[in-house]
Design a protein around this ligand. Sequence first.
Ligand SMILES: Cc1cc2nc3c(=O)[nH]c(=O)nc-3n(C[C@H](O)[C@H](O)[C@H](O)COP(=O)(O)O)c2cc1C
Length: 350
Amino acid sequence: MTTSKQPVESAKPAWALQTTPHADALRLSVAPMMDWTDTHCRVFHRLLAPQARLYSEMVHANAVVLGDRARLLAMDPCEHPVALQLGGSEPALLAQAARIAADWGYDEVNLNCGCPSDRVQAGRFGACLMREPALVADSVAAMIAAVPEVPITVKCRLGVDDDHEWERFARFIDTVAQAGCRMFVVHARNAWLQGLSPKENREVPPLRYDWAYRLKRERPDLRVVVNGGIADADEATAHLDHVDGAMLGRAAYHTPYLLHELSVRWFGGVQRSRGDLLRAYRPYVESQLARGVFLKHITRHLLGLFSGQPGGRAFRQTLSEGAHKPGADWSLVERALSLTEREPVLHDHP
Ligand SMILES: Cc1cc2nc3c(=O)[nH]c(=O)nc-3n(C[C@H](O)[C@H](O)[C@H](O)COP(=O)(O)O)c2cc1C
């Protein structure tokens, strides 16, 4: 197999020297997840993992430019470092949206080149962009020109459908890197654009972490973050021998205490109990309730906190059943917590 050369160094444009603030935070990140990683979720994750890099749900560039920014870009100051993920493929529009995101305070703007849904394909963005490296490069270049001070990054797959040549993947990366992108989040499997739902596309195409590792090995100047199927702390830690970071999606959402475990293991600090962490969330929750936000919009992100722990099911059930009732407030969370706290909560995770 031929080894692709790294053309990045030789032709490095001025803006390719973009630094990556909070570089340390690249080690641990929480994936962009539509309908899940909204601002309430990210504030909760921030409490669990003070240094992790957090990603928003994908927002289409058009919506950022024309839509309700207060809702779409909502972000709490405690969330930093936080990235806005954009969908789209029109360079000028993406540039405008990236500028708005940076002005709004986001620390990074990430371009989605990995989503396989039909809607996204119809709009010619997401994973199908893996087959249009020149367009992605133009988009990235336009975004960097509009926002030189904030890293523009790309989240991609290994390829689409039956693209299984390393050279094709490497060509995509090199073309986009030459436009100035310094960091790639690699969801280490293909996207199958026909016949699989987005959910199946996160499970069926086989994972090939070795391509992410090889990318880092052969292009050490690039920051490479690996994503896909990382289920526990040991697995996440093993990836750090090969790449700059590990991005967790479903495992972080469904078992959020894993984020805290990883945070303590990788960045240090005192391990706190689930109950302590939850209580630290109270001021935020109460401030949101005072602004008219319904408890259910916040507590839905907490359901997995005691997953696998004594009382975990009762905790989840109490929140699920009570949070949508009129007037539901923090006392419901305390009630749910009281069903768990009789059990030891520390030192029960290796
Ligand atoms: C509910 C849900 C929504 C997602 N939405 C997005 C998204 O908006 N943008 C994106 O790049 N990936 C999205 N993904 C994919 C994740 O970012 C991630 O790449 C994928 O889940 C694999 O990582 P994991 O195995 O750690 O979950 C989504 C995944 C889930 C489960």
